[in-house]
Design a protein around this ligand. Structure first.
Ligand SMILES: O=C(O)CCC(=O)C(=O)O
Ligand SMILES: [Fe+2]
Length: 265
């Protein structure tokens, strides 16, 4: 799904992309202080070039509490504005999805306790093909959470698997790509499917992407809701808290394994 005329100002998007490149261009010594040690750290930095992947990333928890590296100057303010606006949009989209499922608009919002929903933001930095030994930015994976909203500085790199084939997601830089993630699949008992996607390195330019992962609150037990189950559609997943789910997949760090197959009945 793609969203075009959204309310995130271009100045905010460009501002955040500039700050991100500034962050990634900081000396490695500084970034190493966020080196991923414990998956529950609220800011985590990591660099690929392992397992033939070219990617640098920084992940931070942004809701219900907001965390951001203090450098570069101004990064935190603009990121806070960005994530708040994208979160609002995401909640509106989940309202639309609830209605499309024939339920009241606030259904997912209430059921998933989004008021204290655990959202995390990832900034991904992929080198251009010319500056990369590898072709892959991220191997095929699915994402935890309900939906992921992605903005990028340049199109070309993200691919989604559809009917066994990899399709390029061609977005204009100011469009938002919305990916369905694991917890919408679990909640709807498979009516919505978590989208398998991967990232290839862009042929021409360095590419930054800004996914925001919108999730339930950490203590919400997510399981197929009764509205989506009956005798012929029994629950297809075991219910576990969002926190346990994230712990299993290492809070979605490099090559985080998905928990979805583990909880399938
Ligand atoms: O960088 C992209 O295009 C997608 C990012 C992504 O899939 C992720 O960070 O989980
Ligand atoms: Fe992803």
């Amino acid at each position: 799904m793609q969203v075009r005329n959204h309310a995130i100002p271009g100045t905010v998007i460009n501002g955040i992309i500039d700050k991100l490149f500034e962050f990634f261009d900081l000396p490695e010594d500084y970034k190493h202080k966020y080196d991923t040690k414990d998956p529950t750290d609220l800011i985590r930095w990591g660099k690929g070039n392992i397992n033939h992947v070219s990617r640098e990333f920084v992940k931070m928890a942004v809701h219900p509490t907001f965390h951001c590296p203090s450098n570069p100057h101004g990064f935190s303010e603009i990121l806070q504005e960005y994530t708040q606006k994208v979160r609002e949009l995401g909640i509106q989209l989940l309202g639309g999805i609830s209605m499309a499922l024939g339920l009241e608009k606030s259904y997912i919002e209430k059921k998933m306790n989004l008021e204290s929903g655990y959202d995390f933001f990832t900034a991904n930095d992929y080198p251009s093909r010319q500056h990369s030994e590898n072709r892959i930015g991220q191997f095929a994976h699915i994402d935890p959470g309900l939906i992921i909203l992605i903005i990028q500085n340049v199109s070309g790199g993200l691919q989604v698997k559809h009917n066994g084939k990899w399709l390029n997601v061609n977005l204009q830089p100011d469009w938002i790509f919305v990916n369905v993630a694991d917890h919408l699949e679990i909640l709807t008992n498979g009516k919505y499917k978590s989208a398998v996607h991967r990232v290839v390195v862009n042929n021409e330019v360095r590419r930054a992407t800004l996914p925001l992962f919108l999730g339930p609150s950490l203590d919400t037990v997510v399981k197929p809701a009764p509205e989506f189950t009956d005798d012929s559609n029994p629950p297809a997943y075991v219910g576990i808290t969002y926190k346990h789910y994230l712990e299993y997949n290492n809070f979605h760090v490099i090559d985080g394994k998905s928990c979805l197959n583990q909880i399938r009945i």
